[in-house]
Design a protein around this ligand. Structure first.
Ligand code: 5AD
Length: 347
């Protein structure tokens, strides 16, 4: 079995493809250190030692969706809701640019309060600062995606969360898997860099489903992949469930890097919340991006997808830019100097 596993990793490292059975075998490895090392080599070869910082602004925590795992779900009356004014968002972005960040990420719940023209205006103003703009604002129409692209948005993240239709349906009442796919296809057609990804450790999720997720990432040729542990959140239907396993997340990151060698993969905030060395571990297993939170303190603690994101002392926040820079340097990696688009060196 040992030899078998080694030859699977070797094949992946050379050919960047593997069948479902092989992926399941690697996902079930008890000692994944060889897998992690292979992913680290491929990361270094294709995207180098630079870690790209993406400055995150969580501009509204209103959401009309009801995702079972998420603290921002509409029916959760236990959290205070906020919306940032356009001027406030632009001010935040400006501070991010002054901190030498080259990408600004605008994230929110699915909040229909902001008109597309308003969002386009915000994107245009931020693009004037000569940075890349990423949006994480959920499912919209193709026309809306097109308007935001025209305003200058470069990238869009929309996690598929799970590719298992049945599990997807259970966790997302009122939503449809087909519409989520439609969104990803529209974004690709419109010329965005497209990111997707999964939650790891959802109740009922199996290794087989995770192997399917990996094959899906490869099939749609994702430009970015956000992969993090599910963290149970109070006042949600899944509050009593068990959370995702850090090593399983790291295996998913490593396998993603091996399948798609030149893409951008963050060490996610959820990974760093779940494990105090989460960012460092992610960077060692194939990740090359981290997203510092550059929003406003009072709002950060209200953007509660899951617990543990914001400690009492904001200076202790895992995703503060200071902490993140320290981690990157401690790993003998450097901070990305350009906008950090997908390198597209592998076809
Ligand atoms: N634990 C971890 N990640 C979560 N997200 C939402 N809720 C949770 C949770 N409880 C993730 C989803 C979403 C992203 C913005 O946050 O994957 O796509």
């Amino acid at each position: 079995a040992e030899k078998n596993i080694s030859s699977l990793i070797e094949k992946l490292e050379k050919q960047h493809s593997l069948d479902k059975k092989g992926l399941i075998m690697l996902l079930s490895m008890e000692n994944p250190s060889e897998l992690y090392k292979a992913a680290d080599r491929v990361r270094k070869k294709y995207v180098g030692d630079e870690v790209h910082l993406r400055g995150l602004i969580e501009f509204s925590n209103y959401c009309h969706n009801t995702c079972f795992y998420c603290g921002l779900r509409g029916p959760n009356k236990a959290i205070k809701r906020y919306r940032m004014e356009p001027e406030e968002i632009i001010e935040c972005a400006k501070r991010g640019v002054e901190m030498e960040l080259k990408t600004i990420v605008l994230q929110s719940g699915e909040d229909r309060y902001y008109k597309i023209t308003t969002l386009c205006n915000i994107v245009e103003k931020i693009k004037e600062m000569d940075v890349a703009v990423t949006l994480i604002i959920g499912e919209l129409s193709k026309k809306e995606y097109a308007e935001l692209k025209k305003a200058g948005a470069d990238r869009y993240l929309l996690r598929i969360e799970t590719t298992n239709r049945e599990l997807y349906r259970k966790l997302h009442p009122g939503m449809s898997y087909e519409n989520r796919l439609r969104c990803l296809m529209d974004l690709r057609e419109l010329g965005y860099e497209v990111g997707t990804g999964s939650l790891i450790g959802l109740p009922g999720q199996t290794l087989e489903m995770l192997a399917d997720d990996l094959l899906f990432f490869k099939k749609i040729n994702a430009d970015m992949l956000g992969i993090g542990p599910f963290i149970p959140c109070e006042n949600t239907p899944l509050e009593k469930e068990k959370g995702g396993d850090v090593n399983l997340v790291l295996k998913m990151i490593a396998l993603s890097r091996l399948l798609l060698p030149d893409i951008n993969i963050p060490a996610t905030t959820a990974l760093a919340v779940k494990d105090k060395d989460g960012y460092a571990k992610g960077l060692q297993c194939g990740a090359n991006v981290i997203m510092p939170n550059i929003g406003i303190e009072e709002y950060k603690r209200l953007y509660k997808l899951y617990p543990g994101k914001v400690p009492d002392d904001p200076n202790e926040a895992v995703n503060s830019i200071e902490n993140i820079k320290k981690v990157i340097l401690s790993q003998n990696r450097s901070i990305g100097k350009d906008k950090g688009y997908r390198k597209k060196v592998f076809h």
